[in-house]
Design a protein around this ligand. Structure first.
Ligand SMILES: [Zn+2]
Ligand SMILES: [Zn+2]
Length: 284
């Protein structure tokens, strides 16, 4: 379990380094964008936040890092004066669950997540009981909120073993959590039940459910379309097949790393998941 905690804090640390200067969260601003119907997207540092805001109140999908909680609340107040009633966690990583305790304790919101998200958050060294999901599910749950239907689906081990995606049905907006890093190599948390094969299967399952009009809020990166998401899956499948073929031919992990990937994938490398780290993930 210690390993998971370490992985989570590593993710939190690295994502924070990716999105801002090393000076902390002071310079981070939370930008709000209206998508469709009741749905908005907040971008700051860490995972993108999905928002449903309307007569029934506010529901948010993920809540970034704890030091950003007040700023997130401020951005929500700019959308609606209504109360934040529900928080859904797409998975347990700290860049998606960091403000749970704030929304629970100060806003009286109820936190929802897959069973394994609660288990992993609760097993953390300094687990805060206020940050734990209050309602957990195994397969999913539906919200009837702001005149719309919000479907929360669990998908088996992909990014972690507690992944959920959230589909706002009528406005046709999907929040993928970290089952999508737009135009970036994805992080697959092999120490928390994630796997590349599972990740590919989950992305395919989601692609089969959506269409060309669906707007996609990725875990990381800007608003996307089905075609963008398909391009991401194609990249994973192609690089996975390439690395597995080299492995089957007897090449060592280090030799494959030394050879690199086709240069057409260079732009997908980023600070946290470099080409080297992606190859090592694909090899395992
Ligand atoms: Zn993330
Ligand atoms: Zn994550």
């Amino acid at each position: 379990m210690k390993k998971n905690v370490f992985a989570a804090s590593l993710v939190a640390l690295l994502f924070s380094y990716q999105t801002q200067a090393q000076s902390g969260f002071d310079d981070v601003t939370i930008e709000s964008k209206s998508i469709a119907g009741s749905v908005h997207m907040l971008v700051g540092a860490g995972g993108n936040i999905g928002v449903s805001a309307g007569d029934d109140g506010i529901l948010i999908v993920d809540d970034q890092y704890a030091p950003l909680a007040e700023k997130i609340a401020g951005a929500l107040a700019g959308i609606s004066e209504a109360k934040t009633r529900y928080v859904i966690n797409t998975h347990y990583h700290g860049d998606h669950t960091g403000s749970n305790a704030f929304f629970h304790e100060h806003k009286d919101a109820t936190i929802f997540a897959h069973e394994n998200v609660r288990v992993r958050l609760a097993s953390g060294k300094d687990a805060d009981p206020a940050a734990l999901p209050v309602v957990t599910y195994e397969q999913g749950v539906k919200f009837h909120f702001n005149g719309e239907t919000i479907h929360v689906f669990h998908l088996p081990g992909g990014h972690t073993d507690g992944d959920s995606v959230v589909w706002f049905e009528q406005p046709d907006v999907l929040h993928t959590g970290d089952l999508y890093f737009k135009d970036m190599f994805p992080y697959v948390d092999l120490g928390a039940g994630g796997s590349v094969k599972g990740y590919i299967a989950s992305v395919q399952t989601i692609l089969d459910k959506i269409d060309d009009d669906t707007s996609i809020i990725p875990g990381h990166g800007s608003l996307a379309s089905k075609a963008d998401y398909q391009r991401f899956l194609d990249m994973i499948k192609e690089t996975y097949a390439y690395v597995q073929a080299k492995k089957a031919s007897g090449m060592s992990e280090d030799d494959i790393v030394a050879g690199g990937l086709d240069s057409k994938w260079d732009s997908w490398s980023w600070r946290f998941i470099t080409t080297e780290r992606w190859i090592r993930t694909l090899y395992k």
